[in-house]
Ligand binder design. Structure first.
Ligand code: G4F
Length: 356
């Protein structure tokens, strides 16, 4: 707790603020979660992995030096693969709520790095749960479970749908999901699962398909690149806006009892449809720019995700506010602005990253 000021809450967004590394994309609603919790009056503590470069750009606008009396976001060095340090950290901070969003969260990459993914995404969860148990702190634990856990299960998927994971990432998430449930039953912990379907925003990592597409389309529009290479265009996803999903995560921890909830829009769209709409928004024909590269296919694909969030609507009073077209408009506008700045630099003779 933070002193005697009852309006301030403490939370540990464990691994929320982890540094980017070549192998781990930042977990999803990173800045959105921090912004949401700051608005609610929380003090936030995040776990950050040591790197030799600055790469906290997605939260730099929220961070103030700890000498500043207004500082309410604190970063601590640590790693989900090291249990002792997690226990020490929890003992020191004694957070009221823990939003565990940390993971090696890229599904395709999990086939290349299955062991690392299992360690961080699966065992990382039990390390935090054990740290809570050992310290005995009274905290509420949010486990970022994923719609990927449904894998090959036919849609629509609800809390009652059996999991059929199709990747090392999904298998690790299933393990973590059951660990949270087990600690809830065994130790009476407040451990809850939010089974979030895909949630996107202009801050989405550039290697996930939505952002890869909006970023490339904007750059193509401004003449900064010619082609976009993608994998399976027929996969279907239930895409929502990350800002809406952050509110659901918070609501899950405000309930009287811990439980598990599907968070989804209840609409599904193919990757092809997403691509077509993004390019059309910029008066471009995607067929002239998109090429298929087998490297982006997964050894086993999740064909259709379509969530049934009836329980969340009923119990949490939650429903998404931003629709599919609005989400696309938001992401395209943001990437067009970034591409515009990049073009100004290029026109002035500077070199920008050639990454496409
Ligand atoms: O954007 P994606 O990489 O997201 P994916 O695999 O659905 O997983 C994301 O959402 C999950 C929630 O359900 C999270 F748990 C997980 O951490 C992550 O945030 O891929 C979406 C679809 C896939 O079917 C993929 O095969 O897009 C297809 N796709 C086609 N071409 C591509 C590409 N995906 C990526 N990343 N890159 C491509 O070039």
């Amino acid at each position: 707790m933070l002193g005697t000021n009852g309006s301030m809450r403490q939370t540990t967004g464990l691994e929320e603020f982890q540094n980017k590394s070549p192998v781990a994309d930042l977990p999803l609603p990173l800045a959105a979660t921090a912004e949401f919790l700051l608005c609610k009056g929380y003090e936030i503590h995040g776990l950050i992995r040591r790197a030799s470069t600055f790469n906290t750009d997605r939260i730099d606008h929220l961070y103030r030096d700890f000498h500043d009396p207004q500082a309410r976001v604190y970063l601590h060095y640590g790693d989900l693969t090291v249990s002792g340090a997690l226990t020490d950290l929890l003992q020191e901070i004694r957070p009221e709520e823990i939003y565990h969003l940390g993971a090696q969260s890229h599904v395709r990459v999990s086939f290349d790095m299955p062991e690392y993914t299992g360690d961080v995404t699966g065992l990382g969860t039990i390390r935090i749960l054990e740290a809570i148990r050992k310290t005995g702190i009274a905290t509420r634990f949010y486990q970022a479970s994923s719609s990927e856990m449904y894998g090959a299960a036919p849609p629509p998927q609800s809390e009652a749908t059996p999991f059929q994971p199709q990747s090392p990432y999904a298998a690790a998430k299933v393990y973590a999901y059951y660990c949270a449930r087990n600690y809830r039953d065994a130790y009476k912990m407040f451990a809850a699962n939010g089974i979030l379907f895909n949630h996107e925003s202009p801050r989405r990592g550039e290697t996930f398909v939505t952002r890869k597409v909006t970023r490339a389309a904007a750059r193509i529009k401004l003449g900064l690149q010619e082609k976009l290479y993608l994998g399976n265009l027929e996969a279907k996803r239930d895409w929502g806006f990350a800002g809406d999903y952050v509110e659901a995560m918070w609501l899950i921890l405000q309930q009287e009892r811990p439980d598990d909830y599907v968070i989804a829009t209840g609409e599904t769209h193919s990757v092809r449809e997403f691509v077509e709409k993004v390019f059309a928004r910029l008066d471009l024909d995607y067929k002239q720019h998109v090429e298929i590269d087998p490297r982006y296919f997964r050894p086993t694909e999740v064909d259709v995700l379509l969530g049934d969030a009836a329980k969340a609507r009923r119990a949490l009073g939650w429903q998404p506010k931003v629709g599919f077209d609005e989400l696309i408009a938001m992401m395209v506008a943001a990437d067009l602005e970034i591409a515009g700045k990049e073009k100004t630099l290029v026109d002035a003779g500077f070199t920008c990253s050639g990454r496409i």
